[in-house]
Design a protein around this ligand. Sequence first.
Ligand SMILES: Nc1ncnc2c1ncn2[C@@H]1O[C@H](COP(=O)(O)OP(=O)(O)O)[C@@H](O)[C@H]1O
Ligand SMILES: [Mg+2]
Ligand SMILES: [Zn+2]
Length: 328
Amino acid sequence: MGYSRQIYREAERRLEIKRIKSEQELDKRRELLFARSKRAEKITYELAHTTVLAAHIVLARGNVREEVEKLREKNIALRMELYGILDKLGLPENYLEEWHDCDKCNDTGYIDGKMCRCMRSLLRSTAYEQLNRSSPLSISDFDSFSLEYYSDKKDGGQSPRDIMARVLSFCKKYADSFSTGSRSLLFQGGPGLGKTHLSLAIAGKAIEKGYGVIYVSAPVIFSQLEKEHFGRNEGTGTQQYLLDCDLLIIDDLGTEFPSKFTVSALYSLINSRTMSSKPTIISTNLTLSELQDTYSFRIVSRIIGMLSRVGFVGNDIRQLKNKKHKGE
Ligand SMILES: Nc1ncnc2c1ncn2[C@@H]1O[C@H](COP(=O)(O)OP(=O)(O)O)[C@@H](O)[C@H]1O
Ligand SMILES: [Mg+2]
Ligand SMILES: [Zn+2]
């Protein structure tokens, strides 16, 4: 996928920060070493000095070969001594070299003018970060999801807690084994039951694994699709990301103001993604019949047909938390 110049600039800026950091870290390591060994400091200084000397000899055109050979031997002896000191102190051989995240390109992003793999993945993650800038990604995770909020009173054999325990374990498994071949899901249930929470938790895991994830609310995606339709959306490339990303999360379906056009655009978006086996997770507070009333029966059936339904039950946790907060 092509990236905008702004994304390139941002990725290059990040690499530069990395390089500056590794220089600073080297300075720190050097100071620490010199505090422990005066001899190491002396050798480091002399090693720097021998390089300068070699340059002088070449310039002076004296008995160049002999002098340079002597210096070379001295240089080797000093290095060996320095390695010995590092070894005694339990430090690695490369202690006085810059440490890079990527040894292939030394964090420059390029090898012989060709883009390094690390740069490719940095561009990708930078682009996805920018796309998710205004969304609450990283707010929710599995660890902060508690089953205590769901009643354990059995209603016909199963309590809400039993059901939600299964939902939670399903979502965890889904996230752990997430790949571009994963199935698409429909999170359905009343407000405040943890749909957004769990979809963000899945997003977090997928991002951790290096997948490109986009999280959007239905009103945002619908206005995007509409802009594209009327050709007012110039060069943001967002549409392409909606199609290309590894996981698309559409939250709060049913809260937007639907038009005939946007609903069929949504259908074709999910359809194209399904065809290229790219999963989508949709959340909605609406029941099936409410969805069918809001959109058309035909389109809703076709969309539902591409998703596996995950039903959320219980009492509004937002309200439960507020009550607890007020001490009621
Ligand atoms: N099982 C849970 N444990 C802890 N907090 C939860 C749980 N479910 C929901 N919440 C919190 O309650 C609030 C509403 O949940 P949310 O996921 O937004 O509900 P929904 O999307 O189903 O309307 C959020 O702040 C969320 O983090
Ligand atoms: Mg929600
Ligand atoms: Zn690299």
